[in-house]
Design a binder for this molecule. Structure first.
Ligand code: BTN
Length: 258
């Protein structure tokens, strides 16, 4: 893993990357960033690890990544966001990662609601947002990002749906340079997002989303919603036209129906 000094060198950001916490192995960078959040650590702190023993995915799933090959990091933020729009930080991270990957590789990144990034229809990046509230006020947010960078092989059951940057580009990428670019893009988008203005973030995200007009099924805890994607609402909910009317979903796994 890179040292804090190497990560900070040449990184000209205002907020993101103010402090680095670097680990070879950790349980979860999100868990660590939450502990830092509870302890009042500076906004913009970044926790990076080479390997996670308990990497967290959405809906209580695990995020498993080969040691030393990928990017696994979490950013601690304290934005002045309304409670209803705190979920938009997922889109903030997605837009920043997409922009950085596109400028580094020349590839076109697709944003899939709510928190996935795809290359040629396969997932290479997942984002896990964990918000902490105090009396309905957002105390802090942890944006966790897992990117398959130089991982070459995946378990059989994932192979059809998952990819990595090395697989798509044909040659390995410098993880430190990529992380610095992502943090720079985050820093730029955060100027407005920190004030609760997500227009630029949503604009970047919407440009890369191909789900509108598509037929989808959204799996939620105990129910399934099927219909056509109409739009994204101002709080990041996906508006879907179903046979019985229009409904908005805020979480779930989306499958595009061919
Ligand atoms: C998902 O697609 O389910 C979200 C995956 C998020 C994984 C990242 S890896 C770094 C950070 N730390 C965690 O424990 N999870 C996130």
């Amino acid at each position: 893993m890179y040292s804090k000094e190497e990560l900070r060198k040449g990184l000209e950001t205002r907020t993101i990357g103010r402090r680095f916490f670097v680990f070879e192995t950790i349980d979860s960078t999100n868990a660590c960033a939450k502990t830092l959040g509870d302890a009042g650590t500076d906004e913009g702190s970044v926790v990076v690890a080479d390997f996670q023993t308990e990497g967290r995915g959405r809906h209580g799933r695990s995020w498993i990544a080969e040691p030393g090959a990928n990017l696994l990091f979490s950013v601690l933020l304290r934005p002045a966001t309304r409670e209803e729009s705190a979920g938009l930080l997922t889109f903030f991270a997605a837009a920043a990662v997409a922009k950085a990957i596109e400028s580094t590789t020349g590839l076109s990144v697709e944003c899939k609601w709510p928190n996935d990034l795809l290359l040629r229809g396969k997932k290479f990046c997942g984002i896990l947002l964990e918000n902490s509230f105090q009396l309905r006020e957002l105390a802090y947010s942890v944006v966790g990002v897992g990117i398959n960078v130089n991982q070459n092989s995946f378990p059989d059951e994932l192979r059809a749906n998952v990819t990595s940057l090395v697989h798509e580009c044909g040659s390995p990428l410098d993880r430190k340079e990529l992380l610095q670019r992502i943090l720079l893009e985050m820093d730029t988008l955060y100027v407005e997002a920190a004030k609760g203005d997500f227009r630029l973030v949503l604009d970047e995200w919407l440009q890369r989303c191909r789900m509108f007009g598509q037929s989808v099924t959204v799996e939620q805890h105990h129910e399934q919603v099927s219909g056509t994607v109409v739009r994204l609402n101002e709080d990041g909910g996906l508006v879907i036209r179903t046979l019985s009317g229009t409904t908005t979903v805020y979480a779930g796994d989306v499958t595009v129906v061919a």
